[in-house]
Design a binder for this molecule. Structure first.
Ligand SMILES: Nc1ncnc2c1ncn2[C@@H]1O[C@H](COP(=O)(O)OP(=O)(O)OP(=O)(O)O)[C@@H](O)[C@H]1O
Length: 380
């Protein structure tokens, strides 16, 4: 866990880059610092590995005040990826990736072998391993940058605008790769970007920074989009373009999943693991609240159905708009938005991440269409 407690950074010229930051980053989470340029994202991130020291306040990593940890040792447990990949130009790709393990004392042979494994993991064609960085494309260099940061297997990964310099198509590939890697590796990732679409796509938690280095909101991406905490956040996430704009988009492309449902009579034989939910439905198939393992136990102990279920949140119809679908997902205790047909019968469900991914896809498609019709200068 990484924790900022009342952290302020003032540079000698008087600039306050970060102002009274309180923030806790959970282990294995993907946390994105987002905000316009100059609002203190990079400074905040660099204080985690002591590249920058705070003027006041405390930062702890796994409960330890990092002022008491040797900076070099601290950085061995913290991978760092930057926009230009930061590769050593006179070393081959594989030697770039092997750098930290060799510094740490691994033999060159072992480190190179492991480096090839990591390169494969980040999706780089191994025929490129003996090239020099300048002989790679920007996207390939970024993959090497990620591989180099992962080579020492650090529990924490800091990524500062790692994909900003590559073209949108390659960027999408890299983002997808990052999601895949994180599902696998479960690192604690802190990722800086100025792009709200990238932030909500990648982050489990999004910290929106504003002018003067003040944290404006720290929430899951759905909440940042649906309930901006301040006017600054609202305008930054582009409320009209984003959440409100969802009203003008159809939910027809939302792919519905089957939902686990039960009628009351089925509860005697039902099993629910901790964290699982079942949607209670009436004999007619209409939704009647969500039940979890605790509710099921209470029901077996004689409580009435309505005492044992959580209200179901809003509903949406497949032919309706995306805003209703997102609302339904956000307001549902299980995180699954419930879709019903015209007669109110449950037809399936969707979670908020899928809606946000769909939105991102629709927007990208629109951007591409605009570009290919020569209308690239139009606003969105
Ligand atoms: N070494 C420095 N000396 C003085 N001011 C600095 C220094 N480094 C950063 N700043 C200032 O601190 C503020 C925050 O900078 P920071 O780089 O953290 O912002 P950012 O949100 O990451 O923006 P960007 O995306 O443009 O890098 C800015 O006003 C910047 O000019």
């Amino acid at each position: 866990m990484i924790s900022f407690q009342n952290v302020t950074k003032q540079f000698p010229d008087g600039t306050t880059a970060v102002d009274s930051l309180d923030l806790t980053i959970e282990p294995e989470s993907f946390t994105v610092f987002v905000g316009p340029s100059g609002c203190g994202k990079t400074t905040s991130m660099r204080m985690i590995n002591r590249m920058i020291e705070p003027s006041s306040g405390t930062i702890t990593v796994d409960g330890k005040d990092i002022r008491g940890v040797d900076a070099v040792k601290l950085r061995l447990g913290i991978g760092y990826v930057i926009q230009s990949a930061g590769l050593l130009p006179h070393r081959t790709v594989v030697d770039n990736v092997a750098t930290v393990p060799v510094l740490r004392g691994d033999s060159r042979r072992e480190a190179r072998k492991a480096a090839l494994g990591v390169l494969e993991r980040v999706g780089l064609d191994l025929s490129l391993a003996n090239r020099y960085p300048a002989q790679l494309s920007g996207g390939q260099q970024q993959r090497v940058g990620v591989a180099r940061a992962l080579a020492a297997d650090p529990p924490i990964l800091l990524m500062d605008e790692p994909f900003s310099a590559v073209d949108p198509v390659v960027r999408e590939d890299l983002q997808a790769e990052m999601q895949r890697l994180q599902a696998d590796l479960k690192k604690t990732i802190v990722f800086v970007t100025h792009d709200i679409d990238e932030a909500v796509k990648l982050g489990d938690r999004v910290a929106v920074f504003g002018t003067g280095g003040r944290l404006q909101q720290y929430d899951d991406p759905q909440t940042v989009l649906a309930s901006p905490a301040t006017d600054f956040v609202a305008s930054f996430v582009g409320r009209d373009r984003g959440y409100r704009g969802l009203s003008f988009r159809t939910a027809a492309d939302v792919e519905l999943h089957p939902i686990r449902t039960a009628v009351e009579a089925e509860l005697t034989s039902l099993r629910l693991e901790h964290g699982e939910w079942v949607l209670m439905v009436t004999e007619n198939g209409a939704p009647d609240g969500w039940m979890d393992a605790g509710g099921l136990e209470a029901h077996r102990n004689g409580r009435s159905l309505h005492e044992c279920t959580s209200a179901g949140g809003s509903l949406f119809v497949p032919g309706g708009d995306l805003r209703q679908a997102l609302d339904a997902a956000i307001s549902s205790p299980s995180g699954i938005g419930v879709a019903v047909d015209k007669s109110g019968v449950v037809v399936g469900g969707v979670d908020a991440t899928e809606i946000i991914d769909l939105l991102a896809k629709q927007r990208k498609q629109e951007d591409r269409d605009r570009m290919s019709h020569g209308g690239g200068a139009q606003g969105r």
